[in-house]
Design a protein around this ligand. Structure first.
Ligand code: SAM
Length: 282
């Protein structure tokens, strides 16, 4: 779906509209245009969206929506999309990314309704670009679980993935989460990207223990994206992998050695197994 001209009514359907994550200047021209021309805005909190609309000089009908809204609210929006342009926004950033909208989009697509998504700010991506951590591969993990054991299990499950891990975090939990990272993934570089695009924007990278010291002395405030570097960097891994495989194969079969090294380095087990067979054949 495309809005074609920037005048007149919009085609009916769903317009997913990213909004700023703090700095209102980050609204895109296209987002402002669609919000001005849509018939109704589905939003998380009408008070938050009203502030954005005020900044843009707009008055629009708003409907509160989140994925826990009853099926009736969703149904009304889906029916509206058949003859009206419905814009979906969240309180900040890109809708659906740890924000409401998934069910609405899922059902809209099932019904063959027209849908388009307007790109814009997303704090996970802003944090990634700012952190200086490897960005060729990354994994977005949303919010870590609140409970200690579940959090440690999640970290250990994702810890071997050869990608930078990105999580959403809150200031009150920061120290506990850094402690868990230090325990479960020792030696990994961590970035705390805080208050992105806002006045007190800050990004600190270091070992979990260093960050714990810093944020104990200077308690963090505001919103946080937490990033964890991949297990190790590429070229060194290849060299180390051979040595690790050889060592593991002193006691284990190639398949088990590959599984062990995969767990320790985050490298792919299949590739390690192939390499282990090559090494064994030498
Ligand atoms: N959909 C949003 C996005 O695209 O950024 C994220 C919504 S999620 C409910 C809210 C979390 O996003 C916050 O707890 C924080 O982890 C992160 N976040 C949002 N704005 C941020 C900012 N300006 N600086 C740092 N983190 C932010």
């Amino acid at each position: 779906m495309s809005e074609e001209t920037s005048e007149g009514p919009l085609a009916p359907g769903l317009y997913i509209v990213a909004t700023p994550i703090g700095n209102l200047g980050d609204i895109t021209m296209r987002a402002a245009d669609i919000l001005a021309r849509c018939d109704v805005i589905a939003c998380e909190d009408t008070r938050v969206t009203a502030k954005l609309l005020k900044h843009l000089g707009l008055h629009k009908p708003m409907r509160r929506y989140d994925d826990h809204s009853g099926g009736r609210d969703r149904e009304q929006l889906l029916q509206a999309m058949e003859h009206q342009a419905v814009a979906l926004v969240s309180d900040a950033g890109t809708p659906l990314i740890s924000d409401p909208g998934y069910r609405l989009v899922h059902h809209a697509r099932e019904r063959g309704l027209a849908i388009t998504s307007l790109p814009g700010a997303c704090s996970a991506i802003v944090g990634l670009t700012l952190s200086g951590l490897p960005n060729d591969r990354f994994l977005f993990g949303g919010f870590l679980p609140n409970k200690e054991k579940a959090r440690a299990d999640t970290l250990s499950g994702l810890g071997s993935v050869p990608a930078t891990l990105i999580f959403y975090e809150t200031a009150p939990r920061l120290i506990k989460v850094l402690e868990a990272i230090g325990d479960v993934l020792p030696g990994r570089e961590v970035s705390v990207a805080r208050e992105l695009t806002k006045r007190f924007e800050e990004c600190r990278t270091g070992a979990a223990a260093e960050l714990i010291d810093y944020y104990t002395a200077h308690p963090a405030k505001g919103e946080i994206v937490l990033l964890i570097a991949p297990p190790a960097d590429g070229p060194r891994e290849e060299v180390d992998a051979d040595a690790l495989l050889m060592e593991a194969m002193e006691h284990e079969k190639p398949s088990q050695a590959a599984a062990q090294v995969a767990k320790a380095t985050g490298l792919e087990r299949k590739a390690l197994y192939a390499r282990a067979m090559e090494l064994k054949a030498r």
